[in-house]
Design a protein around this ligand. Structure first.
Ligand SMILES: NC(=O)C1=CN([C@@H]2O[C@H](COP(=O)(O)OP(=O)(O)OC[C@H]3O[C@@H](n4cnc5c(N)ncnc54)[C@H](O)[C@@H]3O)[C@@H](O)[C@H]2O)C=CC1
Ligand code: BAL
Length: 504
């Protein structure tokens, strides 16, 4: 199999070269395991774009060994924070330089519009790298008083070691940056497993890792099936930590594998069924804009998608009509068309899954307000679909759909709205819209989620922690909290005066 493919970019006479091997020790190499290569699709055309190497267990071992060697020699405690910062900043500069090409590749493989990938996913990823580059030389421990005359204790924030990072297909570049940046800042080395559905940008970014000047083995990339490479990383005896973003079902497997192997540290960013509450005092038009953004951004393929909305009865009918008209305004189409605000779903599996939910909504008696009809053209496109008058027991209200499908229900009192919103096994995000400040404070306190948005939705910032409660996982990414996930604090007890009388 060729180690580099040339992919044509629609509507321009250009091609993008993409390495298709495993990236280990700063080189693209073939697999030792000889598994069948992974076909990679363009979701806008349903055609195969190329094949990439599929890592097996021997390959995972090789990547972990490379990461361990780098950790012990050129990275880990052997490199200063200033140098880590310099290299991460260099990587950010290169990502920014190549943002158009990376966005086109993301569009080809994931389907999301080029402008969204470039201006949001990649713009934010560059900023994420720079944010954590800033931290790399500012990590501090503590000097703890024990006995001023004789003893002191000092803590060191040490890198935890070799980190397995398993990322999903909905934000292939952004999830790469969220995982890689804090790990590098602290001094960890990385074995990155991108989703088998969207491995191309992680491979392209690996070229930039070399160009930036990272020593071999600091970042390794192994495209692989989840049940093979993901499972092998999670159960590997020489991996110190695994950071995972994806489904709750798979997160549970990762945690189980960690527990059964070497008790490696785990952080899990999992699914959600996030609610938004719209109170009658809210700015009507703004609330509708945020609600529509909350469900349609990334065509609903978002762990924090606001997929359930509860609207106060006094404004319910009017608000549902406004949502319907605003939802129709967003163009879901070819990502290379500048007019598109959303692209196709990522894969045939997701397409079938989302249509299964739409059919179930119809069968369970929810009122279809907009969408819900298949297109007859190629591509995994699903139009914005809104169901109103939903009941809490419906599948579309209980389960994560990961598509542009919104369920709208009615409430009359604040207590009822909170109860409906919290009636879920998930706890990732929640939003509320109200012009009553006391109500905003009361309700944001009562909502059970790791992130609460008040009079906005779905905006995240690199300096603000993000993560879940309940079955949406644990651990935090972003902000200073994101560093903690990669740190093992060492306490050094230092005696400069106490004599030990022996025997005791
Ligand atoms: N929280 C989030 O951001 C995401 C949530 N999801 C949810 O999950 C549903 C199913 O999507 P999938 O692609 O099947 O998600 P998934 O959770 O199986 O995939 C995410 C990552 O986990 C890896 N993986 C799969 N099996 C594994 C295993 N046994 N051990 C270690 N890693 C493994 C995959 O290769 C991929 O890299 C979606 O419909 C959506 O509801 C999917 C992607 C992202
Ligand atoms: N929108 C935050 C990242 C995620 O969906 O996985």
């Amino acid at each position: 199999m060729a180690s580099v493919v040339q992919l044509s970019v629609p509507k321009s006479n250009t091609t993008i070269s993409v390495p298709t091997g495993l990236f280990i020790n700063n080189e693209f190499v073939p697999s030792l395991d000889g598994l069948d290569p992974i076909p990679v699709y363009n979701p806008a055309t349903e055609q195969v774009l190329c094949h990439v190497v599929s890592a097996g267990e021997k390959d995972v071992d090789r990547a972990v060994t490379a990461a361990r060697t780098a950790f012990k020699t050129t990275w880990g405690k052997n490199v200063t924070g200033v140098e880590r910062s310099r290299l991460i900043n260099k990587l950010a500069d290169l990502m920014e330089r190549d943002s158009q090409v990376l966005a086109e590749l993301e569009c080809l493989n994931n389907g999301k519009p080029v402008k969204v990938a470039r201006d949001f996913d990649i713009g934010d990823s560059v900023a994420c790298l720079r944010y954590y580059a800033g931290w790399a030389d500012k990590l501090v421990g503590q000097t703890i008083e024990v006995d001023r005359k004789t003893k002191v204790a000092i803590t060191h924030p040490e890198p935890i070691g070799v980190c397995g990072q398993i990322i999903p297909w909905n934000y292939p570049i952004q999830m790469w940056a969220w995982k890689v940046a804090p790990a590098l800042a602290v001094g960890c080395t990385i074995v990155m497993k991108p989703s088998e559905i969207t491995p191309l940008t992680a491979l392209k970014l690996s070229e930039l890792v070399v160009e930036a000047g990272f020593p071999p083995g600091v970042i390794n990339t192994i495209p692989s099936l989840g049940s093979v490479g993901g499972a092998a990383l999670s159960s590997h005896l020489d991996v110190d930590k695994v950071a995972f973003t994806g489904s709750t079902v798979t997160g549970r497997r990762v945690m189980e594998a960690a527990a059964k192997s070497n008790l490696k540290k785990v952080s899990l960013e999992l699914g959600g069924k996030s609610p938004q509450i719209v109170f009658e005092s809210a700015d009507f038009d703004q609330a509708a804009n945020w609600v529509v953004l909350g469900i349609l951004y990334n065509t609903g393929q978002d762990c924090t998608a606001g997929s359930r909305v509860y609207v106060q009865d006094s404004i319910y009918d009017k608000f549902v009509n406004l949502l319907a008209s605003k939802a129709k305004e967003l163009v879901i189409g070819d990502g290379f068309d500048e007019r598109s605000g959303g692209g196709p779903l990522v894969s045939k599996t997701q397409y079938n899954r989302v249509w299964g939910y739409i059919e179930s909504g119809k069968q369970e008696g929810a009122r279809l307000v907009v969408g819900g009809e298949k297109r007859s053209t190629p591509g995994y496109y699903v139009d914005a679909t809104i169901f109103a008058d939903v009941r809490p027991d419906m599948k579309i209200v209980k389960e994560e759909i990961f598509g542009p499908v919104l369920s709208v229900g009615k409430f009359s009192t604040e207590e009822e709205a909170i109860a409906l919103a919290n009636d879920t096994t998930y706890g990732l995000g929640a939003g509320l819209h109200s012009n009553d400040a006391s109500q905003c404070m009361r309700v944001s306190t009562a909502l059970e989620a790791g992130t609460i948005w008040v009079n906005q939705y779905n905006l995240l910032y690199n300096n603000v922690p993000f993560g879940g409660k309940k079955q949406s996982g644990f651990g935090r990414e972003l902000g200073s909290h994101g560093l903690e996930e990669y740190i093992s604090t060492k306490a050094v007890h230092w005696n400069y005066g106490e004599k030990l009388d022996w025997p005791l």
